[in-house]
Design a protein around this ligand. Sequence first.
Ligand SMILES: [Cu+2]
Length: 103
Amino acid sequence: MIAFEVNDMTCGHCVRAITEAVHCADSGARVQVDLAAHRVQIEPVAAQAPALLHAIQQAGYTPTLLAASEPAIAASEPGPAAGQARGSSCGGGAGGGCGCGSR
Ligand SMILES: [Cu+2]
């Protein structure tokens, strides 16, 4: 379980943008968002905290890592899958344009 605080997440549009970004980095991840608490909880299957943090930043938000427990699978896989979190096919960042607050 990885938890982020995302203070510039302000509406359902933001929730969706962040959820999509996480799924781009880790398509099997389970994402739970508490909009009122500005909290995003992620149960990853492949990506680790830095990749997820980066994915949320790419979506145009400012996540703060609250807690991270590494998935056990990471240690058993000697071949590093460094390129797996490539976001290029996922709409390329802040194009979503949620006009609430940040602009
Ligand atoms: Cu929004």
